[in-house]
Design a protein around this ligand. Structure first.
Ligand code: HEM
Length: 404
């Protein structure tokens, strides 16, 4: 049994979500979805959109992230697509070089370098009266950060950007059509993996001050990472560092330009940036939904979801659920108790969250402070097709100058 939404064009929930017409403003659609706890898709999968259900299910060990349990199939992205115990071991081995308890100061210590990057990106648009926030800041900033962190040469950016786009675009197809990655995405994946393999081989025994060197030369409590694991972890980090924070910064700037009092607020009070970015992750999140497979029968909203079913958890809808968040459709910079779903939750909660938060705070603070009288030139801006990693393809903005 499948269901369609009431509208002039009958569509199933996932058809409506995938539809490019929904991209600029999917929130009314999510509101419609939240009228019921569970929706049925024609392929037998289920769509879940209320906060309470999404937050509970995403932490439930009876749900799997393994590709064979996902309608997308494919080979998955390292520990993002592994269940325990394999997930926990690989995440722990990777985290040893990214945060507590082994390397607690790693992300915070990056602050001056991140500030310098944003400063030079904004310096570069001096003299222009028109900028593209995506091309000038939101894209190059996190990409350079993740490349530097891993030890991937910056000058290879055009190559790994093309591979990353190829892989991510393959996720853009209709999730009701199960199957493998498309041929071109498979090729992009293989090429990126080969590129990473070469880098990792160079660092083995000849370490530099970067994360690839630390990962490949580590012999910690969990032992040494296999070459295949190293490749998949580094591809995951490069892609995750590439395709998400860009949307946080672009969506953040778009929100501030649409509501100029927010721009002014951040400009006058840069110290509020942490709470401001948290609210942005709730209000305009970079990742809209994720998939899980039921390892046994599950009870959701009084209904039994049978073992083996695929579930699509609409994180972005949960974060706008008025049952959980007061005035859910309003951006409240100092919103209390803001446990949004922007970074997911549970054992797969975003690994890069501390870095993404810092990047978002620095980029938004600096743009609010330095860009003089920024005005949106196109509203809505053109969006990337991707409904999961949702964000503008370009964000043209007029400015009257750039402060030092
Ligand atoms: C604003 C930017 C970001 C957002 C909104 C975001 C969001 C997410 C979400 C929602 C998940 C959970 C997916 C799921 O449960 O299915 C996730 C997982 C993950 N993220 Fe992020 N992410 C961001 C930035 C980053 C960065 C910069 C990195 C790398 C440094 C990163 C690395 C990862 C990894 C490795 C996982 C898998 C964690 C696991 O399975 O244990 N993310 N992210």
């Amino acid at each position: 049994m499948s269901e369609t939404l009431a509208s002039d064009r009958p569509q199933t929930p996932m058809q409506a979500i995938m539809d490019p017409a929904s991209r600029a403003d999917p929130y009314p659609l999510y509101e419609q979805l939240r009228e019921k706890p569970v929706w049925h898709e024609p392929d037998g999968s289920y769509v879940i959109s209320r906060y309470e259900d999404v937050a509970r299910l995403i932490r439930d060990p009876r749900l799997s992230v393994e590709p064979q349990n996902s309608p997308r199939g494919g080979q998955g992205l390292s520990f993002l697509n592994m269940d325990p115990p394999a997930h926990d071991r690989l995440r722990r081995m990777t985290m040893r070089h990214f945060g507590p308890p082994n390397d607690p100061g790693r992300v915070e210590a990056m602050t001056p370098a991140l500030e310098a990057m944003v400063t030079s990106l904004i310096d570069a648009v001096r003299g222009q009266d028109r900028i593209d926030v995506v091309a000038n800041v939101s894209y190059p900033f996190p990409v350079t950060v993740i490349a530097d962190l891993l030890g991937v040469p910056r000058e290879d950016e055009p190559r790994f950007h093309a591979w990353a786009e190829g892989i991510v675009q393959s996720q853009d197809r209709d999730p009701r059509e199960p199957g493998r990655r498309t041929e071109s995405a498979e090729k992009a994946f293989q090429e990126l993996a080969g590129y990473m393999f070469d880098l990792i081989s160079q660092r083995k025994g000849a370490p530099r001050d970067d994360m690839l060197s630390r990962l490949v030369n580590d012999d910690g409590p969990d032992g040494v990472m296999e070459p295949g694991e190293m490749i998949s972890v580094s591809v995951l980090l490069l892609l995750a560092g590439h395709e998400t924070t860009v949307n946080l910064i672009s969506n953040g700037m778009l929100t501030m330009l649409r509501q100029p009092h927010l721009l002014q607020l951040l400009k006058d009070n840069p110290a509020i940036a942490p709470g401001f970015v948290e609210e942005m992750l709730r209000y305009e999140p970079p990742v809209h939904f994720t998939f899980r497979g039921a390892l046994c029968d599950l009870d959701v909203g009084g209904e039994t979801i049978p073992k083996g079913s695929a579930l699509q958890l609409i994180l972005a809808s949960g974060s706008r659920d008025p049952r959980r968040f007061e005035r859910a459709d309003t951006f409240i910079a100092d919103r209390p108790n803001n446990q949004h779903l922007g970074f997911g939750s549970g054992i797969h909660a975003c690994f890069g969250a501390p870095l993404a938060r810092l990047e978002g705070q620095i980029a938004l603070k600096e743009m609010a402070r330095r860009l003089v009288n920024p005005r949106l030139l196109q509203d809505p801006p053109p969006y990337r097709f991707n409904p999961t990693l949702r964000g503008p393809r370009a964000l043209p903005v007029a400015i009257d100058g750039v402060l030092p």
